[in-house]
Design a protein around this ligand. Structure first.
Ligand code: NAD
Ligand code: KPL
Length: 297
């Protein structure tokens, strides 16, 4: 049985894709486990279907727990349920950005804590509908020493979804690569209130992207020893912005829906890291503050 903590877009995607009967949502402390989570599922290809996922019953324990909360909720969400989990249950974190994963791994270093980086895309245009908007790849790797022995098992269980799952021993490096893209696209789309592709012609972007990429290049080199020039990072950011030109980024969507954004785990994480490492990060700091002003972050 796979337990899912966080019945939002990504949690419901896993709920719909994993075999029926093998998956259950993990209730928050005090939440009733008698009901189920019911929704319509629009797959990437094919007809819509109805999904009904039960809650994990009190006393039942999952063989793997997926954590699909937003980065800002993750530490408290895991803290609320971890005492009910056997010591060897792998806990797989799906958050974007960085910082939330390390907080969980540092708090429970003796547990098998894993992280995933996924390019699957899911959203909920209305409360009862889950749309699998884009299909991609999911990489899974260990954050704590204990997790090294759990990666194969977690990957095998997720492969039952039919999605593309890969082992990734260097998951931190993989998360950094996604962080670079999110740091170079998401805050601009939120501040400018525009789809991804439109940032490229905006003055704010053109005036700051060179300096932002210098900050990103220095930070990535210092943090995870990946050397990539600012120009190369810029090319990658712009390629993704072009490939997803019509998309509303997750950060813009959060601001539009007046929800907490993940800015503190993207540019905010980078600005904080810069302070710790003695690397100047004025653009990351400026983008963080401007997004924070837009939302109740
Ligand atoms: P979401 O807001 O749709 O879902 C998060 C869910 O967690 C919500 O339903 C919320 O009520 C629930 N939650 C919050 N605190 C909880 C708690 N204490 N216990 C149980 N549930 C709790 O967000 P999402 O789009 O599913 O994204 C989740 C994470 O996955 C984010 O970090 C996001 O960046 C990342 N991600 C999402 C996608 C995607 O396509 N949606 C793709 C890649 C990565
Ligand atoms: O991951 C994304 C997000 O919106 O969070 C990008 C790559 C920017 C696509 O929209």
């Amino acid at each position: 049985m796979i337990g899912i903590l966080g019945a939002g877009s990504l949690g419901r995607l896993w709920g719909a894709m994993l075999p029926n009967g093998c998956v259950a949502f993990v209730a928050r402390p005090g939440e009733t486990t008698d009901s189920s989570v019911d929704y319509r599922f629009r797959p990437f290809e094919g007809p819509e279907s109805s999904i009904q996922i039960p809650f994990l019953r009190t006393g039942d324990t999952p063989d793997l727990m997926l954590v699909t909360t937003k980065a800002g909720d993750t530490l408290s969400a895991v803290a609320g349920v971890i005492d009910q989990l056997p010591f060897d249950t792998p806990i797989l974190l799906f958050q974007n950005g960085l910082g939330s994963q390390q907080s969980v791994a540092e708090r429970w270093p003796e547990r098998p804590i894993l992280a995933a980086s996924t390019t699957e895309g899911a959203n909920r245009p209305e409360p009862g509908l889950l749309v699998h908007a884009g299909t991609g790849d999911t990489w899974v790797g260990p954050l704590t020493e204990q997790a090294r022995f759990s990666v194969d098992r977690a990957v095998a269980m997720l492969e039952d979804s039919g999605l593309a799952i890969h082992r990734e021993p260097a998951i931190l490096q993989r998360l950094w690569q996604k962080l670079i893209i999110n740091a170079g696209i998401n805050p601009y789309t939120a501040i400018l209130n525009c789809p991804n592709g439109d940032i490229l012609s905006a003055g704010l972007y053109q005036d700051t992207i060179e300096e932002l990429c210098r900050e990103l290049s220095e930070l990535m080199s210092a943090a995870v020893q990946i050397t990539e020039t600012p120009d190369s990072l810029r090319q990658r950011i712009e390629q993704v912005a072009q490939n997803t030109a019509g998309n509303t980024s997750s950060m813009r969507a959060d601001v539009l829906r007046k929800r907490q954004t993940e800015i503190d785990f993207i540019n905010g994480y980078l600005a904080k890291l810069g302070k710790e490492l003695g690397i100047d990060t004025p653009v990351n700091q400026m983008l963080t503050e401007r997004v924070q002003q837009l939302s109740s972050h």
